[in-house]
Design a protein around this ligand. Structure first.
Ligand SMILES: [Ca+2]
Ligand SMILES: [Ca+2]
Ligand SMILES: [Ca+2]
Ligand SMILES: [Ca+2]
Length: 219
C-alpha cells in the first residue's frame, strides 16, 4: 500500500506542497499540491473579521471610564488593553473611591485630641462618605485646682488663684521667690509643700491657724 504522508497547518490559509519522486533509475518527477482553507469572514466575533479591534472601557470609582481596545482572534475577543487601575491614587476622605476598588473612603482614620490641661486626651475618628466622625476622644475629669504646675480643673489656666494665697516672708523664701513654679520650699500656709513655720512674718502674721498651717504658732 502506498504510504500517505500527512502535514497539518494550524491556521487557515493557502498552502502548497511539492511532492518529488525518484525512481530506481535516478529519474525524478514532482507535482505541486495546493490546498486553500480561508478563514470565514465572520468567525463569531460579532460580525468582525479576524484581527479587527474594538474599543473597550473599564474601571470603577475614580477610574471609571478608562478605555482600551481588544482584538478578534480565533473567534473571540481578547487582549483587552484597558487598565482598570489607571489613575488610581491612595484613598482620601472625599466621598470618592480614589483607589478604584469599588468602595468609597474605606479604612480611613485619623488621630484626634480633646480636653485641656489635666483633662487632655486622645482618640481617633473615622471617615465615612467624605466626612470625619465617630471621634472616640473623651476628656479626663477635672479636679480642684491645686498649686502643682498643672491645670487641674481644665479651664485653660495653670494654678490660677495661687497668687492670692498669703505667702510667708521668712528668710528662706522671701524676696519674691515664692510661687508654684520656682520655690522648692513653698512657704504658703495652704500650699502642697507647706512644711514651714509660717509664724513671725509680716505677711502671714495673723493668718496662721491650725486649719491651714502645719505648724500653728497661734498667730
Ligand atoms: Ca476605595
Ligand atoms: Ca475617598
Ligand atoms: Ca485651672
Ligand atoms: Ca494646678
Amino acid at each position: 500500500m502506498t504510504p500517505i504522508h500527512t502535514h497539518t497547518y494550524a491556521a487557515g490559509g493557502s498552502y502548497t506542497s511539492r511532492l518529488t519522486v525518484t525512481d530506481n533509475g535516478g529519474a525524478t518527477d514532482y507535482d505541486l499540491v495546493t490546498v486553500v482553507a480561508t478563514p470565514p469572514a465572520d468567525n463569531d466575533c460579532d460580525g468582525s473579521p479576524e484581527g479587527s479591534t474594538q474599543a473597550t472601557s473599564c474601571g470603577v470609582g475614580a477610574c471609571a471610564g478608562n478605555t482600551g481596545i481588544e482584538t478578534c482572534t480565533a473567534g473571540s475577543w481578547g487582549g483587552d488593553t484597558c487598565d482598570p487601575l489607571a489613575g488610581a491614587v491612595a484613598e482620601i476622605c472625599d466621598g470618592s473611591d480614589n483607589d478604584c476598588d469599588g468602595t468609597v473612603d474605606e479604612g480611613l482614620t485619623q488621630a484626634t485630641s480633646c480636653g485641656v490641661g489635666a483633662c487632655a486626651s486622645t482618640g481617633i475618628e473615622t471617615c465615612s462618605a467624605g466626612s470625619w466622625g465617630g471621634d472616640t476622644c473623651t476628656p479626663g475629669s477635672p479636679s480642684a485646682e491645686v498649686c502643682d504646675g498643672s491645670d487641674n480643673d481644665c479651664d485653660g489656666q495653670v494654678d490660677e488663684g495661687c497668687g492670692t494665697v498669703p505667702v510667708c516672708g521668712n528668710g528662706i523664701c522671701e524676696g519674691g521667690g515664692e510661687n508654684c513654679f520656682s520655690c522648692a520650699l513653698d512657704c504658703r500656709c495652704s500650699g502642697p509643700n507647706c512644711s514651714k513655720d509660717c509664724c513671725g512674718d509680716e505677711i502671714c502674721s495673723g493668718n496662721e491657724n491650725a486649719s491651714n498651717c502645719p505648724v500653728d504658732c497661734g498667730g
